[in-house]
Write a protein that binds this ligand. Structure first.
Ligand code: HQG
Length: 208
């Protein structure tokens, strides 16, 4: 009998009694989905709700790794944390130089100062969204909503991926060159997401 494993991201323990003949591939898949679930939970904590586990971030969004692991009471190991940072598909997290601190590279809703310096953006950036947001965006431009910034992608594919999270994607092109010339500030997160305060309609074009 194969013991059903429950993907509790914080259980951390390998379940006893699993089928010893289960394929290595199956094991690997299971590990990966557990790491992914833990990574999502980590995003939630570091971007939105550090208080949910009693953690404090500094003003630049950094958490002490030791404190984080303590707050999670053994449900996340240092090795798992290192794996999450190393393998995360969007490089959502970063350690500081001596790996004593960790933070999310972008996407916060809590107040943090990521201290990214303004940079010259590529001429065109992209924003993927969903149908139901499109008419409002066309009327009022892109707004940061709950996050610190509007998030923009360097390529169409990534923007479509972002838009696809909630249904059929709609793609907007942003005239970043013109915005920059007109004095709008752009920042680039460590994981290559371009950030800006807002994108007025004049700089937006829907790409059909
Ligand atoms: C929309 C994920 C109506 C906007 C992704 C988006 C990204 C408007 C939603 C990152 C609007 C906000 C951020 C307006 C903007 N009227 N809707 N005027 N202006 N919106 O999740 O950019 O996986 O806060 O189009 O991959 O979708 O979390 O922003 O649909 O990089 O690392 O309001 O989150 O990364 O949604 O996604 P979000 P987003 P992670």
């Amino acid at each position: 009998m194969v013991t059903k494993r429950i993907a509790n991201p914080w259980s951390g323990n390998r379940l006893e009694g699993s089928n010893p003949s289960a394929s290595a591939k199956g094991e690997e898949r299971m590990e990966k989905s557990l790491i992914k679930a833990k990574s999502k939970r980590l995003s939630y904590i570091l971007r939105h709700r550090p208080d949910s586990v009693g953690l404090q971030l500094d003003h630049q969004g950094w958490a002490s790794v030791e404190e984080l692991l303590e707050c999670l009471k053994g449900r996340l190991t240092r090795e798992e944390l290192e794996e999450i940072v190393r393998t995360n598909n969007k490089q959502r997290f970063a350690f500081n130089e001596d790996c004593s601190k960790i933070r999310a590279n972008q996407g916060h809703s809590i107040k943090v100062d990521l201290a990214y310096e303004p940079q010259v953006p590529p001429d065109v950036l992209y924003h993927g969204t969903v149908n139901k947001a499109a008419s409002s965006i066309k009327a009022t431009g892109l707004k940061k909503m709950n996050r610190h910034h509007v998030h923009l992608s360097v390529d169409v594919e990534t923007a479509l991926d972002v838009g696809s999270r909630r249904g059929k994607p709609v793609l907007f092109c942003v005239d970043a060159k013109k915005m920059h010339e007109d004095g709008y500030k752009f920042f680039k997160s460590e994981n290559n997401v371009w950030l800006t305060d807002s994108v007025p309609v004049d700089y937006l074009k829907e790409r059909k």
